[in-house]
Design a protein around this ligand. Structure first.
Ligand code: N01
Length: 551
């Protein structure tokens, strides 16, 4: 902590607001609720016309969550979680959006949120110890805190392909889906990208389109969701002990899936029969807990190959045409890229109106978009609708889209030129009183996102209360703490298979983006560390206090 003795007296302008929150997804909404209900002035800015974040923008057909709905919801208010009724094991995008809107109504959040507005710039004034925040509507605010609740997967990635603006029909990105929908009936549809979004959308679009042509650059491992209606008795049983249910899930590595936990032996060393029987059970059970049946799948490449081979075998069983099955069969390790969860994905390729085109460098790469379709290799494909399911500039994209200027006018982009560096994924040296929710270096995308955002918001609120009680005006991550934290994240990730493939976790999907493994595996250990740091007077952060001005 700094010695305040020699600090010159400062006169502080009236604070317009205590906090500016950027984004009104699940993180921003909970922040607004906590800040406003503790009597603080808060302004939240949201580019969309309503709350919901990811679930507001990603309205493509088939969009649904792959964390169980009883787990993918706020747990900060017991009445809220008791009164809301989920209808399916995995909630659809419209149902999650309705839930977000219900929360906004219930806690009267919208009066603090300015919609259709982006924060464009935020500059830290080292004299006033305040942020000057400017929006694209021209509004300027002075705020003590800026809290980035911009989401990990909200900056869409549209590949830079020649002729993108020449296509004469609708050209849509899954992450910016039109609110009035897209009519596929009788249409020829081209879809580029086979990650989670494409894999969810393709089977649904194929049901009404005249023809769907899928342009696949890399084959993906995907596991059946085995989605089903939620049994009211099961829902009631969970609600009867919701607190304990939540607590058990918070102790899971990804803060979800406790009830699917089974004894997890090592795959290596197990008899092939016993291994196959367990894998079959996990496949029938469905969902992202598929890889948790064995302790060594995410650590030992040999074990991982056994599970990968099991899924490859499933593809060969499901897909009738062996050439198409072969094209759909991923190489490499399973779970190294984000595991995809689907409904009828592989079986969709048995439909006569679905074609798979390999656009990898060994196949027919896409060279340009034309007025009537796209050119891949030697072939020109004609479409009425073109869809890009090409993902996001993950984790850093939406943070860097705002011109954030910290001490000395340095931008976050400059500070992160070699990749994102943070302390706990919450703070950055040189950017006082700036918090990120689920920033790089925190479990974020490797965890149940709503629970991860609640944990961060609770930590931030505790920290702000602590600052007030201690008379601190400003908090800032110390450089040595950031360096140690980055080393820690690399070391934890390095003990897994995650860094060994080209995934968006590493920024590998964006040309020129520094390759840094951004999320931190292991939610419970992270939470323990956050609590320990708070208990030790927020070690690793430094504080500054204002000399009170005479009135
Ligand atoms: O994006 P992605 P996403 N030419 O980056 C391809 C979450 N999410 O929107 O693998 C041709 O995974 C690219 O190919 P390649 C979830 O965390 C969750 O699908 O780079 N193809 C890939 O196939 C997920 O991981 C849910 O070779 C190009 C695809 O586009 C994350 O969001 C649902 C290309 C992008 O896949 C992102 O998923 C949806 C090009 N120039 C999303 N550029 C659920 O909860 C890219 N591709 C279930």
């Amino acid at each position: 902590m700094k010695n305040e003795q020699d600090r010159p007296e400062k006169h502080v302008e009236a604070v317009v607001v205590e906090a500016v929150v950027v984004g009104a997804g699940f993180a921003g909404m909970y922040l607004v609720h906590r800040l406003a209900s503790s009597g603080r002035t808060v302004r939240c800015f949201e580019a969309g016309s309503d709350v919901g974040g990811t679930w507001y923008w990603n309205r493509y057909p088939g969009a649904r969550c792959d964390v169980d709905s009883m787990e993918y919801s706020y747990d900060f208010d017991d009445e809220l979680q008791q009164e809301w009724e989920w209808t399916e094991r995995y909630a659809t995008q419209p149902e999650i959006l309705r839930y977000a809107q219900h929360v906004a109504d219930r806690f009267d959040l919208r009066r603090h949120i300015t919609f259709h507005t982006r924060v464009e710039r935020s500059v830290f004034d080292e004299t006033l110890l305040r942020w000057t925040v400017t929006t694209d509507a021209g509004e300027v605010l002075t705020s003590r805190f800026v809290i980035m609740a911009t989401g990990c997967l909200s900056s869409t990635n549209l590949p830079d392909i020649e002729g993108l603006d020449t296509f004469s029909g609708p050209l849509v990105h899954t992450g910016r889906w039109p609110h009035d929908g897209v009519d596929f009936a009788g249409k020829r549809v081209g879809i580029v990208g086979t990650g989670s979004s494409g894999i969810q959308a393709i089977p649904v679009i194929a049901q009404t389109a005249a023809h769907v042509t899928v342009f696949q650059r890399t084959a993906q491992f995907t596991i059946p969701a085995q989605n089903c209606p939620l049994d009211p008795e099961e829902q009631a049983a969970i609600k009867a002990e919701y607190g304990a249910f939540r607590e058990r899930n918070r102790r899971m590595p990804g803060a979800f899936g406790d009830r699917y936990q089974r004894p997890a032996p090592n795959a290596v060393g197990l008899s092939p029969e016993a291994f196959h029987e367990e894998m079959e059970f996990l496949w029938q059970q469905g969902g992202p807990m598929f890889l948790s049946g064995f302790r060594d799948l995410m650590r030992n490449p040999a074990a991982n190959q056994l599970a990968a081979d099991f899924v490859r075998g499933k593809i060969a069983e499901i897909v009738h045409n062996p050439v198409v099955a072969d094209r759909l069969t991923p190489t490499g390790m399973i779970g190294c890229k984000r595991l995809v969860v689907d409904t009828d994905y592989y079986a969709t390729y048995n439909r006569p109106n679905v074609t798979l085109v390999d656009v990898s460098e060994h196949g027919q790469p896409i060279t340009r978009i034309t007025a009537t379709g796209l050119q891949a290799g030697e072939t020109h494909y004609e479409f009425d609708v073109l869809i890009f399911a090409t993902g996001f500039d993950a984790m850093t994209g939406s943070l860097l889209r705002v011109d954030l200027r910290g001490r000395g006018g340095e931008s976050l982009a400059e500070t992160w030129a070699a990749g994102p560096v943070t302390y706990l994924g919450l703070g950055v040296t040189g950017f006082p009183n700036l918090f990120m929710v689920t920033g790089p270096g925190s479990p974020s995308v490797l965890a149940n996102m709503i629970i991860a955002t609640e944990q961060h918001v609770d930590w931030i609120m505790d920290c702000i209360h602590y600052m007030d009680s201690e008379g601190h005006a400003v908090i800032e991550a110390e450089r040595h703490a950031v360096d140690d934290w980055v080393a820690h994240v690399n070391s934890v990730a390095g003990r897994t298979i995650f860094p060994s493939c080209s995934s968006w976790y590493l920024g590998a999907n964006i040309p020129g983006k520094p390759r840094v493994f951004m999320p931190l595996p292991g939610f419970p250990a992270y939470v323990d560390r956050c609590q320990q740091i708070a208990a030790n007077a927020y070690e690793g952060f430094r504080f500054e206090s204002l000399i009170p001005t005479a009135s």
